[in-house]
Design a protein around this ligand. Structure first.
Ligand code: TA6
Length: 307
């Protein structure tokens, strides 16, 4: 609302502490939406509706690979790629790993909305905006709405999935968040003690129960913690970029991933040494398929909060 926007600018002149300023589009790059609120900012590419930066007080919380493709030719390596309609690869689908949401170009819905406490913007995706070859592999009618909300100390990302078909279908989904680190060996992921997990790195992908108060990285890690109580706060500590608490809504599973040295070298869009600068802590609903009846919706999301 331009009128409201002008009023807020005028308000800011008189009260800098509550100053809120939203820039919906980066003039130098129309493929990207920038929001700021107080001293926090977020940037989101329409490609994949991928959040690629979240800064609080000038401190970057999110990892983006120096080799990431930002031209829509490949899923963005870093940020918060959105996984839909399935996590990983599954025997019943020929879609690529993690589905098509992260490689489709989303549309921004209304201009960002601003209040004194938050600034928000939403994106939508439906089958006609999915690359045709991928849409053909998952021929279901759907509408996704992804809302990104920024406050001075939080970033909330919420996905709404609607079944607009006349038959039921099922999906899994995940927010594949890459946190920035200065030396991944110093990082601890707290809040997963007692959770059952699948260890995708170990031979045979065995199940076990997490016994540590903090998950650490001293080699390749790829674990799917299942059914972690929504109320359990997961905290990413020791990143060198400030601790972040992950609050989850309707996302019971938490994936912790670091490719370590060999897998880092094998990824063309990831620097050989960048395994030291990131850890993925991914809130999702991936252990069981979610079934949606015609007309039904499902909503899940996370709030990242500076600690
Ligand atoms: O979420 C962890 C994971 O599924 C890992 O197994 C690893 O492959 C990672 O995602 C990255 O996947 P990508 O398709 O982006 O290379």
């Amino acid at each position: 609302m331009p009128g409201k926007f002008m009023n807020r600018k005028a308000f800011c002149i008189f009260n800098l502490t509550l100053c809120v300023f939203a820039k919906p589009v980066d003039a130098s790059n129309p493929a990207k939406v920038l929001l700021s609120h107080g001293n926090a900012s977020v940037e989101i590419y329409l490609f994949g509706a991928t959040v690629t930066s979240w800064k609080v007080g000038g401190v970057e919380k999110i990892f983006l690979s120096k080799k990431a493709h930002l031209d829509g030719s490949k899923a963005i390596r870093g940020g918060i790629p959105l996984v839909f309609p399935h996590f990983g690869t599954i025997p019943t689908s020929t879609l690529p790993q993690h589905g098509f949401a992260r490689v489709s170009t989303w549309s921004r819905l209304d201009p960002p909305s601003e209040t004194e406490t938050a600034t928000s913007v939403a994106f939508t995706l439906s089958p006609r905006a999915v690359p045709a070859a991928l849409a053909a592999k998952w021929p279901h009618a759907f509408r996704l709405t992804y809302t990104v909300t920024l406050t001075t100390d939080t970033l909330t990302t919420t996905l709404k999935v609607e079944n607009t078909a006349d038959v039921a279908w099922e999906f899994t989904s995940l927010l594949h968040t890459y946190f920035a680190t200065r030396g991944v060996a110093h990082v601890g992921v707290k809040g997963l003690e007692g959770a059952s997990f699948v260890d995708k790195v170990a031979e045979g992908a065995p199940r076990a129960v997490e016994s540590r108060t903090a998950v650490i990285v001293a080699g390749e890690v790829d674990r799917v913690y299942e059914g972690v109580d929504d109320k359990a706060e997961v905290t990413v500590t020791g990143t060198g970029h400030g601790d972040v608490v992950v609050h989850r809504t309707n996302l019971p599973d938490v994936v912790v991933w670091n490719p370590w040295t060999d897998k880092a070298k094998a990824m063309a869009d990831f620097g050989d040494d960048e395994f030291d600068n990131m850890i993925c802590v991914e809130a999702g609903s991936v252990a069981k398929f979610i079934s949606l009846q015609p007309g039904e919706t499902w909503t899940g999301g996370q709030t990242l909060k500076t600690a």
